[in-house]
Design a protein around this ligand. Structure first.
Ligand code: LLP
Length: 403
């Protein structure tokens, strides 16, 4: 049990708190699910890029899935070995591609024919053969929120099957390209197994047809996307997930690469915020807290549900409230019509499932400094990121101020 009151007292609010032991347990469960096959769990750094979080996964033996050279640098800094780092994303710049090749990471996930050409040109300049994998878009509906669906032809991600085949042939015939893997990622917060199985089946068939023309791949990269419980939704068990994927690989000797983000960190994280005021506007009751959409954007952006727990002396009857922050937007809310007991100034609200896509999607909107982040491990708490102060927010502008 985490003592949120003690942490809020010591480190102030709003505050992100991460349970590192929970992260370890999630990592181990998923890694175990793939036992019997070679596998690399490459933590999707975007879910929570804090250096200490990435370091924690590095110590567990994790690799890293990165979507910018900034994330690649973070992974290196956190101690992830180059041979477990992969670089994905639809719009990599030349500089990013060059640095990734110079750093000799495991492979680059290529997302278009045009990008493949850039990788080839840059690899030639560096006199290297670039290890690549191609992201295939299997045109499968993942049955998730449309903003986080990525495996349909309507989405900007990956290439269709026939383009992928052409690209592999091109890569195979190039001195500067070394096709080592194949990749798909159909979406995030997946709670249905069937679309994953279908996608894996399609991609495994492509691997077989490549084998027939002498293109031998080593890595079967199944992306991330494993859903978690925000509320009471049914989710996929790691064991069933692994079995569904492995079941499509009959006769193929491939190392599984898996890129989970949310599954590893979401339910390890809590966003702790303090009640400032309660107010009634006609029928509507608002609880105004010190955290806001700039700290945790998911409710505003996706209308996402996050469970909220009140830490209060008051055990009285429940009331329906909107929980809102101080930012000047009507969209600045954490929940609407949520049942909570009557609250008093300085009571705490703990927002659950905030460890993935929480801090990382934060901003300084309204010139609000971002929260501190605290890790709890073996019963001990420690700061892993300081609270931002006003000077941090203006330091890149101040020198340009003219009369
Ligand atoms: N691999 C690729 C290629 C991805 O695009 C993503 C997530 C992942 C792995 C990790 O997915 P995960 O295991 O975390 O589902 N901001 C949204 C989620 C965006 C996900 C983007 N891509 C949210 O807050 O729900």
């Amino acid at each position: 049990m985490i003592d949120f009151e003690a942490l809020a007292k010591e480190y102030g609010t709003p505050l992100y708190v991460y349970d590192f032991d929970y992260m370890s347990a999630q990592y181990t469960e998923l890694k175990e699910a793939f036992r019997g096959r070679k596998s690399i769990i490459a933590y999707a750094v975007k879910a929570n890029a804090n250096l200490s979080v990435v370091r924690h996964f590095a110590k567990l033996g994790s690799g890293a899935d990165c979507v910018s050279i900034g994330e690649v640098r973070r992974a290196f800094l956190a101690g992830i070995p180059a041979y477990k780092i992969i670089f994905s994303g639809v719009g990599k710049s030349d500089d990013e591609i060059r640095e990734a090749l110079e750093r000799d990471i495991l492979y680059i996930n290529v997302e278009s024919e045009a990008e493949l050409q850039r990788v080839e040109v840059i690899a030639q300049e560096l006199c290297k053969a670039a290890r690549i994998s191609i992201r295939v878009n299997p045109n499968i509906d993942p049955q998730t929120h449309p903003y986080i669906a990525t495996g349909l032809h309507d989405n900007k991600f990956g290439v269709d099957l026939s383009s992928a085949k052409r690209m592999y042939i091109q890569a195979k015939n190039s001195k500067y390209l070394d096709p080592v893997g194949i990749h798909f990622h159909i979406g995030s917060q997946l709670t249905q197994l069937q679309p994953i199985r279908e996608a894996a089946e399609i991609v495994a068939d492509l691997v077989r047809s490549l084998q027939a023309i002498d293109i031998e791949l080593k890595f079967f990269d199944v992306g991330g996307g494993l859903g978690i419980q925000y509320d009471n939704e049914e989710t996929i068990k790691p064991y069933d997930y692994a079995q569904a994927i492995l079941g499509t690989l009959r006769g193929l000797d491939l190392t599984i690469l898996c890129e989970p983000g949310r599954f590893l960190t979401a339910n390890a994280g809590y966003f702790v915020t303090k009640v400032l005021y309660e107010k009634q506007n006609g029928e509507k009751k608002f609880v105004i807290v010190d955290g806001a959409m700039n700290d945790l954007l998911r409710p505003s952006l996706y209308n996402a549900y996050h469970k909220i727990e009140a830490i209060t002396e008051n055990k009285g009857p429940l009331q329906k409230v909107d929980i809102v922050g101080p930012v000047c937007e009507s969209g600045d809310f954490f929940a609407k019509d949520y049942l909570l007991p009557e609250l008093h100034r300085n009571d705490l609200l703990v927002i659950h499932s905030a460890g993935a896509y929480g801090f990382g999607m934060g901003s300084n909107y309204n010139t609000r400094g971002r929260s501190a982040e605290v890790a709890v491990e073996n019963g001990e708490a420690r700061v892993i990121r300081k609270r931002e102060c006003f000077e941090d927010l203006i330091c890149l502008e101040q020198e340009f101020l003219v009369d």
